[in-house]
Design a binder for this molecule. Structure first.
Ligand SMILES: [Zn+2]
Length: 355
């Protein structure tokens, strides 16, 4: 059974290769190269919350770097359009900001205006106008300067902690309510969504797809390309510990590790499993597989690698110690290609029993 699955994938890869060969001067070749690196920020110049904050100085350094390195900076929805379009390849970055904190308006918006860069602001509607949060007038003013407003649910709840028979109804109701409030107060219906805490399961993803969103942002890190499930777009977090310019530039220049198959597909820690195994399949032809690395925070990582004759790699990643005591654990896999450019993939595990 397993053998036949592998053969099918190999045939599909061969077919793609043949297509590209014929269309060497066609836009589809450019499309295949297109990638979008998306960053997530929360608070700006607000040192009370170091794990979700970035200083104004560091944020300005990020924007300066993007400009100096000729990146096009797009809103998330424009970046998805670019990815699907026949437009020429350009280095592309997206700045997303979650939660609608007042410090975005005060400390980040003036810098974005100065650089003429857009961003996507994901707003949870219940707290709009509350202490520490932007009000509707500030959100509308941000819109005038090219800030796209996205949906971040109404209450920003821990949906995975709700019983399954209530979870999806509650989730859909909240997303729909937030859409109504955002439309009423900003005049525009959002087309992009971000999962609170980056937490989702397969059915939540299906709800977002059914509601017609163009893309949904998660919080596992990685790079978006044409093969990404757009209902689960990866983003690189930018807060004080990771916000230095070297780290930012490294992420901005990162390429996607284009994984064909991930097993399991869900983020939820399987019942009873404390050291879950992740299996990936990808084309390793142009990759320096002897330099494959994996990282698991506060843990060690083991990898088992198999390569078939046609270059298809099966990689099995597992932790040395249990991950069950943490709510969220990221497995990150990186590898350089023959040009020395690094490629990145990560998978998030969520254990909703932990806080
Ligand atoms: Zn949030």
């Amino acid at each position: 059974m397993r053998k036949s699955v592998i053969i099918i994938i190999v045939l599909q890869l061969a077919a793609c290769g043949a297509g590209n060969e014929k269309q060497r001067d066609n836009h589809e070749v450019h499309d295949n190269k297109k990638e979008v690196v998306c960053f997530i920020y929360h608070r700006f110049g607000d040192s009370r919350y170091s794990s979700t904050n970035i200083s104004r100085k560091d944020f300005e350094a990020h924007l300066t770097w993007l400009k100096a390195h000729d990146f096009q900076v797009l809103s998330l929805s424009d970046a998805i359009d670019y990815l699907k379009s026949n437009k020429e390849y350009r280095k592309t970055a997206v700045i997303t900001v979650d939660d609608g904190f007042a410090s975005f308006y005060k400390n980040a918006l003036p810098l974005l205006k100065k650089f003429g860069f857009p961003a996507t602001l994901f707003v949870n509607t219940e707290t709009v106008g509350g202490n520490d949060y932007m009000g509707w007038n500030e959100i509308k003013e941000a819109q005038k300067y090219g800030i796209e407003i996205g949906n971040h649910t109404h209450s920003h709840a821990w949906f995975l902690n709700q019983p399954e028979d209530e979870r999806y109804i509650a989730f859909e109701n909240e997303v729909t309510l937030a859409q109504q409030l955002l439309k009423e107060n900003t005049g525009t219906m959002p087309t992009v969504f971000a999962y609170p805490y980056g937490e989702l399961d397969t059915k939540m993803r299906e709800v977002i797809e059914k509601l017609g969103f163009k893309a949904a942002a998660a919080q596992n890190s990685g790079v978006i390309y044409a093969g990404t499930n757009l209902m689960q777009c990866p983003r690189f977090p930018m807060s004080e510990a990771y916000a230095g310019l070297d780290q930012f530039a490294g992420k901005a220049e990162m390429k996607a590790l284009r994984v064909n198959r991930v097993n399991p597909g869900s983020f939820l820690l399987p019942e009873g499993k404390t050291k879950p195994t992740l299996q990936l399949k990808f084309d390793g032809t142009d990759l320096r597989l002897d330099q494959l690395q994996c990282f698991i925070q506060g843990n060690e990582c083991e990898m088992e690698q198999m390569q078939s004759e046609n270059g298809l790699v099966t990689l099995i990643v597992s932790p040395v110690k249990s991950i069950a005591h943490r709510r969220r654990t990221l497995y990150t896999i990186t590898v350089p290609d023959s040009q020395g450019q690094w490629h990145w993939f990560s998978h998030l595990w969520i254990n909703p029993d932990e806080k």
